[in-house]
Design a binder for this molecule. Structure first.
Ligand code: GLU
Length: 533
């Protein structure tokens, strides 16, 4: 067979050669050890954890090594692509602070970064394979392939286009020409060499060493519209973009032998692979994969609606990636998480457990470490979208709200009152007359009497001394120890007296420091709430 002639017949419009591509996309000049990574989502309109998770790993690897991080869009599947799918991915990744050096939107020297725009690049590599007798056109129709599968099933043979099942492998150039003249659509298949029995070895830092049988199937490289399959696009793009580390889901491990073979045939150096286990979740008593269909928390859009700060979700993902992250965070409470020494080897090979309770804990800690101004800005932005009335109140009362948010903040052990923005309103409610919900108070008389003596100018000691003295007159033992030793003759201790005040002023049994709370509520509000009873 004259492969040169066949190549010209199949791809007459392609004039470039792989050498031209090598010149157009030369090896990068980067420092020794710099990693080139990429994330390659498909624009299906659903931006999920399965995109964010590898983005974090890829971004960290590139960042830590002074390398390059690329965003490539895998839009080869026209049926699944939606309008604005790419914009949604870009916006969502940006929202979560994923920063690219190069790629769709940003551009770069290895453009284009969407696969549909790279059709001629794939066809250039494909034409070269045809020229070298390593790929051939297949004119089998859907019906032919279904018939093949039925026959394979009947014979209990392995499925796929291989060996004696390869109807189109043996076509002559005359047959091919006839088909092309008749306009019969064709796909391009790889001509798989006879397997030599040598296994393919994948050495993956996250998964360890995996041995698999070599690929024996004549897989499709280019579909009938000339657009590549994932496998071919992966080999061509990751070579020409000079990717050094491919981070992707472990569902791709099974097709690794094919990728191994394609890199060899194309004469490309293979990248390192890091395959990520899927995120898991407890469902009843058993673990299962986090599901795009069943679990709303799989969608990245869900977190904003629930009021999780971006910083909390980012921090939480780090805890899932490397379990030693939490110890590191305790030792470095204010460090940027990019400073964490991330290691792919420390990832959970079986899949980290996704747990919203844990996310809440992380979120509480993250919010407790923010300054009052940061909390105010994020909370107001969140409320602007999800609770406009609350947003209006926060904006009207900006200085007051910032003062409220400052209580118990900034020290070594900050208060952890807010878990998510959607709970902040409830936490802050008693500070605003319009939101305050009064509660039943055990001792209204004491509260009324206290209103008479409350002086906002009192220092904290004097303030507490007054509660003790007045409390004693109302039957509350000023000394808690003494009261515990012998409660007879008392209504309670100063703790119970304070509890009445707290309930009257805040409507709840627990609150931040009462001295600070009263100062902020102001004399008028304090007295109104105490005497209203
Ligand atoms: N589009 C593929 C996916 O979403 C990308 C896999 C890869 O990163 O190679 O699974």
């Amino acid at each position: 067979m004259d492969y040169e002639a066949l190549a010209g017949l199949l791809y007459p419009h392609i004039t470039a050669t792989p050498d031209d591509l090598e010149r157009r996309y030369p090896p990068r000049t980067l420092p020794e050890g710099a990693k080139v990574t990429r994330v390659a989502p498909s624009p299906t309109g659903f931006v999920h954890m399965g995109i964010l998770f590898p983005s974090f790993v890829s971004g960290l690897l590139a960042r830590e090594s002074g390398g390059v991080f690329i965003l490539r869009i895998e839009d080869t599947d026209d049926k699944r692509a939606v309008e604005n799918g790419t914009e949604q991915i870009v916006a969502m990744l940006r929202y979560y602070g994923v920063d690219f050096d190069e790629g769709i939107e940003r551009g770069g020297a290895y453009a284009p970064y969407s696969q549909r725009a790279r059709a001629e690049i794939y066809q250039t590599c494909a034409k070269d394979l045809v020229r070298r007798g390593l790929a051939y056109p297949c004119f089998c129709s859907e019906e032919d392939l279904t018939a093949m599968r039925t026959a394979q099933e009947a014979e209990k043979a392995n499925f796929g286009y291989y060996g004696s099942w390869t109807k189109c492998r043996g076509l002559t150039i005359g047959d091919i020409e006839d088909n092309l003249k008749k306009g019969v659509p064709f796909v391009l298949r790889v001509r798989c060499p006879e397997p030599d029995g040598k296994p393919v070895v994948l050495d993956d830092p996250a998964k360890g060493r995996i041995e698999m049988p070599a690929n024996g199937i004549d897989h499709v490289l280019l579909k009938s519209d000339g657009i590549p399959t994932y496998h071919f696009a992966h080999a061509v793009d990751d070579h020409l973009m000079r990717t050094t580390h491919v981070v992707r889901g472990d569902e791709w491990i099974a097709t690794y032998p094919l990728h191994h073979m394609l890199f060899d045939m194309l004469g490309f150096k293979r990248p390192r692979y890091i395959h990520l286990a899927p995120l898991m979740k407890m469902d009843g008593g058993s673990k299962r994969k986090l599901s795009k269909r069943k679990d709303p928390e799989c969608a990245l859009s869900w977190y904003a609606g629930q009021g999780y700060p971006v910083a909390a979700v980012r921090e939480y993902i780090m805890t899932l990636l490397n379990s030693n992250f939490e110890d590191w965070r305790r030792a470095n409470p204010t460090a940027e998480f990019g400073a964490f020494p991330f290691s792919p080897r420390k990832m959970n090979a079986a899949g980290a457990l996704f747990d919203l309770q844990k996310l809440d804990d992380v979120s509480k800690n993250v919010i407790s470490r923010m300054s009052a101004d940061e909390v105010y800005a994020e909370l107001t932005a969140w409320a602007g979208e999800y609770d406009p009335d609350f947003c209006a109140l926060l904006t009207r009362e900006a200085a007051y709200t910032k003062a409220l948010l400052s209580i118990g903040r900034g020290g070594a052990k900050p208060r952890k009152d807010i878990t998510r923005w959607d709970g902040a309103k409830e936490y802050l409610s008693f500070f605003f007359d319009g939101l305050f919900v009064p509660a039943a108070v055990p001792d209204p008389d004491f509260c009324g009497a206290y209103a008479e003596v409350y002086d906002p100018a009192d220092e904290q000691d004097a303030w507490f001394a007054k509660i003790k003295t007045l409390g004693e007159a109302h039957g509350y033992c000023p000394d808690v120890k003494q009261y515990k030793a012998d409660p007879s003759g008392w209504k309670g201790s100063v703790v119970d007296a304070s509890a009445s005040l707290r309930l009257a002023l805040t409507g709840r049994e627990a609150s931040p420091d009462m001295y600070a709370v009263m100062k902020l509520l102001g004399e008028k509000r304090v007295k109104e709430r105490l005497v209203r009873l």
